[in-house]
Ligand binder design. Structure first.
Ligand code: ZN
Length: 342
């Protein structure tokens, strides 16, 4: 993350009091209560499944926190209505995915059996689509961060709306094979945390919640991994709970993460996994299958390849047999058959 523009207000300034008071409302009808119960058990089951898969001694995900996007406009982790308890933290990563660093972060999270939230940039997702799907498959929360990391308040509302939609649509297409710009996970973080009342209204209109953070790792500025770790732990000691902001694009962040997770465990901190209240656990399971290796064209060509029986192969000349098996070798691996073999 580069320098934060000073002219903008920050998403982390707190939530709209109107939204805060409406959180107190509870569903009254029986059907709503039933839906709530089902949701509760789904979350409970997913939490127990998470724990079942964890090795002993791992930090582990303490609990899943479902958030109703319609009740909030923004939050930064400190709000009472959000419900974070003492020593509970939410891990968040922005700006990825990117090759080895995101891969190492996912490995570290998996090793300690903790779930995080990733705010991916559409352009980056396009470059590393398999990592987007991996995030969803591993049960982390996949959230939005625009298509090209734009400073949203700089644009007209119409243009800003298109930017947000493009990011959501692009990411969802990769993650779930879904071309809709209606967000499945209604979580968003402003690039540079740059927001305005106008963009807040725009997000609310789209049903998106703007995530802030009360514990900024400053990993975009601090170059040393130990200092990033210490910076987070120092803030935690003072604030005791909240949303930790990190960036999976930095090697130094990936390097310090295993140590940070160990320090969290040693310090008695608990990791909370934040999910959308509507369909949160199902979304986590919804990643599309990894496409077969090779481009669409080669798959098409592969269908043109005709498998022959052993008897049919035996009837071919030695040269034809060799050609057949070479073509078969490419098809079997989902690769494009070279022009001279077609
Ligand atoms: Zn960012």
């Amino acid at each position: 993350m580069a320098k934060v523009p000073t002219t903008f207000s920050f998403a982390s300034e707190g939530i709209d009091p109107a939204y805060q008071s409406s959180v107190a409302e509870r569903p009254k009808s029986v059907s709503k209560m039933l839906a709530g119960l089902i949701c509760f058990f789904a979350v409970l089951m997913s939490a127990s499944m998470v724990h079942a898969a964890c090795k002993s001694g791992a930090l582990g995900t303490h609990r899943t926190l479902p958030v109703d996007a319609s009740k909030f406009r923004t939050f930064n982790g400190t709000e009472k209505a959000l419900g974070l308890r003492d020593k509970e933290v939410i891990l968040t990563f922005d700006d990825g995915p990117i090759g080895r660093n995101t891969a190492n972060i996912l490995k570290a999270l998996e090793k300690e059996c903790v779930k995080a939230t990733f705010f991916f940039v559409g352009k980056m997702a396009r470059a590393y689509p398999h990592q987007v799907r991996q995030v969803v498959r591993q049960g982390h929360t996949l959230a939005h961060h625009t298509h090209g990391h734009e400073v949203l308040p700089k644009y007209s509302t119409k243009k800003a709306s298109r930017i947000v939609d493009r990011g959501v649509k692009g990411l969802q297409k990769i993650a779930y094979g879904d071309s809709s710009h209606k967000p499945r996970t209604p979580f968003f973080r402003y690039p540079y945390l740059a927001s305005s009342k106008r963009t807040d209204r725009l997000l609310a209109h789209k049903g998106l919640v703007a995530f802030g953070a009360n514990i900024d790792s400053l990993d975009w500025k601090i170059k040393n991994s130990k200092r990033i770790h210490d910076n987070i732990m120092r803030q935690l000691k003072r604030k005791r709970r909240g949303i930790i902001l990190m960036h999976d694009i930095h090697a130094r962040t990936a390097k310090m993460l295993p140590g940070l997770l160990r320090s969290l465990k040693a310090g008695g901190y608990k990791v909370v996994h934040i999910v959308p209240k509507q369909g949160g656990t199902q979304i986590a399971m919804g990643a599309v299958d990894e496409p077969k290796k090779g481009k669409g064209k080669s798959v098409k060509r592969r269908t043109k390849f005709k498998r022959l029986s052993n008897r049919q192969i035996a009837k071919l000349s030695a040269r034809e047999q060799k050609l057949y098996w070479t073509r078969y070798w490419y098809v079997k691996r989902g690769r494009k058959i070279p022009r001279h073999l077609r």
